[in-house]
Design a protein around this ligand. Sequence first.
Ligand SMILES: [Mg+2]
Length: 225
Amino acid sequence: MMLDWTRIDTVLLDMDGTLLDLNFDNYFWLEYLPLRYAQENRMALEQAKKLIQQKTFALEGTLEWYSTTYWTQALGIDVVALKHEVRHRVTEMPYCHDFLDGLKAAQKNIVMVTNAHHDSLNLKMDKTGMAHKFDRLITVHEFALPKENILCWSEVQKIHPFNPARTLLIDDNLNVLKSAEKYGIAHLVAIYQPDSQAPKKDVEHFQAIHTFDEILPVIKSDRPG
Ligand SMILES: [Mg+2]
């Protein structure tokens, strides 16, 4: 897949499942949290898994679903502390740092826009040391609208203005890509395999990448000849 980098000024990047392997989050929510919840509540693991899956399924795509504050209250267990227990599992996608460095060298505006809560964002930035590679880090909890909601993008505009016609969004969530598409963001890229341990996804009508080396920006040499 080729992107025309001469037509792109701003790059909006998702975090989980895009820059970082979604396997951390899937492992946390499907395995580790149920395990620790079962221990704390002296409950069978299968029962804890079922209970947590029911509660999370009902809220998928909402702001609460992404909120560590909400889940800490709803489950009566410190979700942030538990994430710290397994933070060594946070892993960058292949060529993630090369891609960010390439964007910087090509003088693009680099903005993280994540549905993740501040706690999760901080934990992942600490583990990966990539925060300084962005012009701006935005979590939608600043204005309480998930990226699935088209109104989210005008809130992002207020914090960090961008021209939708000259903007690229890379995100593994198809509902997010659809809301950005409706808003008028011209360049959209999905991720085939957000979780390295799970099968490839159907990306519908979106163009998509396996790894970031497929879309490294070409840097114009300023040397004569
Ligand atoms: Mg994502």
